[in-house]
Design a protein around this ligand. Structure first.
Ligand SMILES: [Mg+2]
Length: 241
């Protein structure tokens, strides 16, 4: 009887040990592609007005290819998607004889649209619940600004790859969160949708991770299985409570 009591109590203790919860953003808390596509479409529409020679040659697809090429040529900014967009457009504006200051306005327009995210239905109720018991920090490789989204009130802090100098799977984002919250890896739980960039990257530095598998993907057999898998966040709240 004692043995089974102990066995039952152990996982419960483990669940309660997390003081800091770190969350990935894109595809974990909101669908990413619709937002990016809408932002790129809006930006392109604006470019058609202010830089028609550029859009006569380029589509949103070739603009993306330009950025990918630039990321390979300039790995120093590859982790900074905002800098990459800005530098790529600056080069193109120059090339087509337009003032490069247009890149600043383009960036602002893109960023406003990029922050117009629509969280999955489970996100706000669960964050509302979790914030009473945990420090919540957002960690993203992308350039959404949490403070400008509908989730502004739920996070204690947010870090981007651009701000910390390296994208996941590098440990920089995780370390930034741990330092900010004043906790250890052992009392931190990361929640994200990407097996490698979120779950395995966290595990590498001793942080437990929950895999958010909203779209029924297969876990890659090249990676050790995740600590925990959920399809929506209510299951996380239930597991932690
Ligand atoms: Mg993600």
């Amino acid at each position: 009887v004692i043995a089974s009591d102990t066995a039952a109590a152990a996982p419960l203790l483990r669940r309660h040990r997390y003081r800091l919860l770190t969350f990935d953003l894109d595809e974990t808390l909101w669908p990413c592609m619709p937002v990016i596509e809408a932002a790129e479409a809006q930006l392109y529409h604006w470019l058609q007005r202010v830089a028609p020679r550029l859009t006569a040659t380029h589509t949103t697809t070739t603009l993306r290819q330009q950025r990918q090429q630039l990321a390979q040529q300039q790995p120093d900014i590859a982790h900074d998607v905002t800098a990459l967009r800005h530098r790529s457009l600056t080069q193109l504006l120059q090339q087509f004889g337009y003032p490069t200051t247009l890149a600043d306005e383009a960036q602002q327009r893109f960023q406003r649209a990029r922050n117009r995210v629509e969280p999955f239905a489970d996100v706000i109720p669960v964050l509302h619940q979790l914030r009473h018991h945990h420090t919540l920090i957002a960690l993203t490789n992308g350039n959404a600004e949490v403070a400008q989204t509908p989730l502004a009130d739920y996070f204690d802090h947010a870090f981007t790859a651009a701000a910390v100098g390296a994208a996941k799977p590098a440990p920089n984002l995780f370390h930034a969160a741990i330092t900010q919250a004043g906790v250890t890896a052992a009392t931190t739980l990361h929640i994200g949708d990407d097996p490698a960039l979120d779950c395995d990257a966290a595990r590498q530095i001793g942080i437990d991770a929950v895999w958010v598998n909203r779209r029924g993907h297969e876990w890659p057999n090249t990676l050790p299985p995740p600590r925990h898998t959920i399809t929506e966040l209510h299951a996380l709240a239930a597991w932690l409570s």
